[in-house]
Design a protein around this ligand. Structure first.
Ligand SMILES: [Fe+2]
Length: 468
């Protein structure tokens, strides 16, 4: 769409520029009656042809929320754009005012005159909190959408207590429902512990020493864990049209361990080749050790000495693979292993195990190391960290699955007793399906395929809100 040269505007990424409501979607198979609640997915769908479509990046597109409500085996769908300040300006103009931020670019004069230099696309992740659907990106606090209509109502500032950038990767403590998150502002990490309604109970702040890009973090009962890494926010250059994310290997990798009780911070250097964490799976404490699972890539960002050159996104962001760190907290020795050697990302667990020992991880994956050709995924993986076994879910005729979200079966006891939900793309019909797998029978045919009338452009993260 708009250019054939950019993968991020074609195939499963192609924008879907309509909003609407579709009750009682057609379903192949059967939705379990006890799968009751709502799946909210943040996707990326530029409303207007970007200023420089060949250099547009996935990270830059307008955020759209897709809701599917499940009740009594039925599924109802609604989608809406997030009406951000930048999108409102573009709607007034009737065309794009913004170009790429990730690959470098400046907005149209009209946007600069209006005082909105950066587009906050509200496109990264979503949660239901304090009676609102929140849409997160990392340039500000989240946007708040009406729970019934998905109308954008404004910004959610955590009851007046938070301002500025907030991570898209909040964590919810399983035993308390508390909402744990952070904001990275230059060299500063601001850590927030909110209650289940988003009221701030505790906050800490520390200096990373460098303006590293911290996208995701981990929590255990005692620790909040951040990985300082060579992806650096180019805070000055971005205003001159340089890319906002650069790669500076001199920075190396360090883990910052924030004590969630005292606020004390320990910095732990990590040896070996430089890497950027893409997403974390989970962390837990066991027998004096801190065990961390996540995905890492060997490069994320345009090299520092090449910021004025033209770059293809596929050249500066390599595929990611799982890695495990076992840290002996007493002696600070670190053992690093690769749980499995397949390209994948968007790791998720049964979130009742956040900060606790997990056995299973679910990922969107590539069957072959072809990420640089296709960008999109082709399958889902389930990895068993106890047996070391990895299972693969593929569906004939469907591809490009989105991040797998785990919904636990009500009153379940086993970690993997629940359902995996992911949007897949049908390239022949150019529409999407919301596919439900039984997590325990991962390689079997899906138990339900919910047929949408539209495409859900490939985006980033989603969340499950069980019916109360
Ligand atoms: Fe993310």
């Amino acid at each position: 769409m708009w250019t054939e040269r950019n993968l991020f505007l074609n195939g499963p990424f192609t924008p879907w520029r309509q909003e609407g409501y579709a009750p009682d979607l057609e379903i192949d198979g059967e939705l379990p009656k006890d799968l009751s609640g709502a799946l909210y997915r943040a996707s990326v769908s530029p409303l207007y042809k970007p200023l420089d479509p060949d250099r547009h990046h996935w990270f830059d597109g307008d955020g759209m929320v897709h809701e599917i409500k499940f009740e009594n085996g039925r599924a109802h769908y609604r989608n809406r754009y997030v009406e951000t300040a930048a999108l409102k300006l573009e709607r007034q103009a009737g065309h794009a005012l913004y170009g790429p931020l990730a690959n470098g670019g400046v907005p149209a004069d009209e946007a600069i005159r209006a005082g909105v230099f950066f587009k906050n696309p509200a496109n990264t992740s979503t949660a239901v909190l304090a009676g609102k659907v929140l849409m997160f990106a990392e340039l500000d606090v989240p946007h708040a959408l009406n729970l019934d209509t998905l109308d954008t109502e404004g910004m959610f500032d955590f009851h007046g207590d938070v301002s500025g950038p907030v991570t898209a990767h909040f964590k919810i403590e399983p035993d308390t429902g508390d909402f744990i998150f952070f904001g990275a502002q230059g060299r500063a990490i601001k850590y927030f512990h909110g209650d289940a309604g988003g009221r701030i109970l505790k906050r800490f702040e520390f200096d990373m020493g460098v303006s590293s890009f911290i996208h995701d973090f981990l929590i255990t009962p005692n620790w909040a864990i951040f990985c300082i890494n060579p992806t650096i926010l180019n805070l000055e250059g971005v205003k001159q049209g340089q890319p906002w994310m650069v790669w500076d290997v001199k920075v190396g990798n360090n883990l910052a361990l924030l004590n969630r009780v005292s606020g004390d911070v320990e910095i732990l250097p990590l040896e070996g080749a430089p890497f950027a964490p893409t997403h974390w799976l989970n962390a837990y404490e066991e027998g004096g050790n801190l065990i961390i699972d996540g995905n890492v890539t060997k490069q994320m960002g345009i090299p520092l000495d090449g910021v004025d050159e033209e770059w293809d996104s596929r050249e500066w962001m390599a595929p990611s693979r799982p890695r495990r760190w076992v840290i002996a907290l007493a002696g600070k020795s670190i053992e690093i292993t690769a749980p499995f050697g397949l390209n994948c990302d968007f790791p998720r667990i049964n979130e009742r195990y956040t900060g606790k020992k997990h056995r299973h991880g679910y990922y969107a994956g590539s069957l072959t190391p072809k990420w640089h050709d296709t960008v999109a995924f082709e399958c889902l993986y389930k990895h068993d960290f106890e047996t070391g076994k990895t299972e693969t879910a593929v569906i004939e005729g469907l591809t490009a699955p989105s991040e797998p979200v785990f919904a636990p079966r009500p009153n379940s006891v086993d970690e993997d007793d629940g359902w995996i939900m992911s949007y897949w793309w049908n390239p022949q019909r150019d529409v999407s399906e919301m596919v439900v797998h039984d997590a325990r029978r991962f390689t079997a045919a899906p138990i339900a395929r919910v047929k949408l009338n539209n495409r859900v452009p490939l985006g980033f993260h989603a969340s499950w809100t069980p019916a109360s």
